[in-house]
Design a protein around this ligand. Structure first.
Ligand SMILES: *Cc1c(COP(=O)(O)O)cnc(C)c1O
Ligand code: SF4
Length: 440
């Protein structure tokens, strides 16, 4: 897939819905695909850039190519009925279009797992913006200028914010509330800067958000959640301020803190170009640690070999496999979902082939309202078949690490689709799991 000249400097250029027909003619996508994509992209966000177009997609394998599935609106992501309603609404004018788009989006569960309502910390009795504090030791920080990405994943669980759902554009313009909150909460050791993609920010902007944290002695780790290694590795190599970015990371590390890049890597292809290898090696040279995570998504990475190859590649590059997530119940979930029973099998097959050093990975993990739940396996016992689960993280720390059983289901793809827990489940766990099911 490496085109001649692929490692030459590329200037970042994004393409959105307006460029779909240009892209279609450049890569010979047929008229029917284009027509559908132009409708679907009103509901599900679309953005690509020159790097993902020329380096990530195998155009000979389209439409089944995993990266093409991940980046382009596909037939089947919306129901035929919705596509038809959209088409009629578009013909009826802007207003009809907007109303119909909103109705369809509202049905796609745009705010999964209580993102909006829960976990917003208070400062002097007032709610804050751009902060979420769910697990005792870690706070999430959403800088306002990092709430987009270099390209959009069609399966994104934060998709609503990219299509202008302004209500969830909860984000922080600057870090003063964060710093004040941290001063009151010395138990928070870990600040996870997230988005969107914080790597969308210039180094100067990012510095304004990060540097003030270095004056808080209780902060020991700064994590940055990003998909830039996959979607724009030049950010770390030869963007204008790439060197300054690496100096900023070094400064964090020199202060005695850990700088962790939480890289969203969905497919081994994302690690295969010269520029991504260079980006990883430049990041590692700063002393930063790289942890890799992604959801398990049908049509993108739902085969054990995809994961085991990817985890091996990560280990070889010096990046640590961290989480395999279960895709959340949002957006075109019916298109992308993988039954939990398959997720367990895919994880176990991939995991069992790994060298020990790559067995740092955990999964499949559901990120639910009460916490992160891993499915450790399927248990066959005299009283039936069960999923064996465990909280890896929980709002209520007392739940962490205690195994419990949930009735096996062949088709369930989220906790909410699983039957009631057995009567011998401890009350606190049963209550938490029930609340996870309800709010989905
Ligand atoms: C996943 C997550 C974290 C980080 O959890 P780790 O297990 O420490 O990686 C923090 N806050 C929220 C809300 C999360 O979903
Ligand atoms: S990189 Fe992350 S936030 Fe951005 S579109 Fe993909 S899943 Fe969503």
């Amino acid at each position: 897939m490496n085109l001649p000249g692929a490692t030459e400097t590329m200037r970042y250029r994004a393409y959105g819905p307006r460029h779909l027909s240009e892209i279609a003619s450049r890569f010979s996508l047929d008229a029917e695909f284009l027509r559908n994509a132009q409708l679907v992209c009103r509901v599900i966000p679309f953005r690509v850039n020159e790097y993902v177009l020329s380096e990530m997609i195998d155009w000979d394998a389209v439409p089944d190519d995993p990266m093409f599935q991940m980046l382009f609106p596909q037939p089947g992501m919306l129901s035929d009925a919705d596509v038809q309603r959209l088409e009629e609404a578009v013909a009826d004018g802007k207003r009809a279009e907007r109303d119909t788009v909103r109705q369809i989006q509202a049905r796609l569960n745009p705010h999964p797992s209580g993102q909006r309502e829960f976990n917003v910390p208070l400062l002097g009795g007032e709610s804050t913006s751009g902060l979420q504090h769910k697990y005792r030791e870690t706070i999430l920080y959403f800088p306002q200028q990092g709430q987009t990405c270099h390209a959009y994943c069609t399966y994104c669980f934060r998709w609503a914010q990219f299509v202008g759902d302004s209500e969830i554009r909860f984000a922080a313009v600057e870090p003063s509330q964060l710093v004040a909150y941290l001063a009151d909460h010395p138990e928070v050791e870990d600040v996870l800067v997230t988005g969107g993609d914080p790597m969308m920010m210039s180094t100067e902007r990012l510095r304004e958000h990060i540097e003030p944290l270095l004056s808080v002695p209780t902060v020991r780790c700064i994590r940055i959640g990003t998909k830039a290694l996959a979607y724009w590795p030049y950010r770390f190599v030869d963007d204008e301020d790439a060197d300054d970015l690496l100096r900023l990371f070094e400064r964090v590390i020199d202060s005695g803190r850990n700088l962790a890049v939480m890289a969203h890597v969905s497919h081994g292809r994302e690690l295969g170009t010269d520029v991504v290898r260079e980006a990883v090696s430049r990041l590692r040279a700063t002393g930063a640690l790289i942890f890799c995570q992604a959801p398990l998504v049908a049509r993108v990475n739902d085969a054990p070999s995809v994961w085991s190859d990817m985890w091996r590649a990560q280990l070889a590059m010096g990046a640590l496999p961290y989480y395999m997530f279960v895709e959340r119940d949002t957006g075109p979930h019916d298109y992308f979902k993988v039954p939990l029973s398959d997720a367990v099998a895919i994880f176990q097959t991939a995991y069992s082939s790994l060298p020990g050093l790559a067995r740092t990975v955990r999964g499949p993990v559901m990120s639910t309202t009460p916490g992160k739940i891993v499915i450790d396996g399927v248990e066959q016992s005299p009283d039936g078949r069960f999923f064996r689960m465990r909280f890896l993280q929980a709002r209520n720390a007392g739940l962490v690490g205690r195994p419990f059983r949930a009735p096996f289901s062949e088709h369930a793809s989220w906790l909410s689709e699983i039957g009631p827990l057995t009567a011998d489940t401890p009350d606190d766990i049963a209550k938490a799991v029930r609340s996870a099911g309800e709010s989905q």
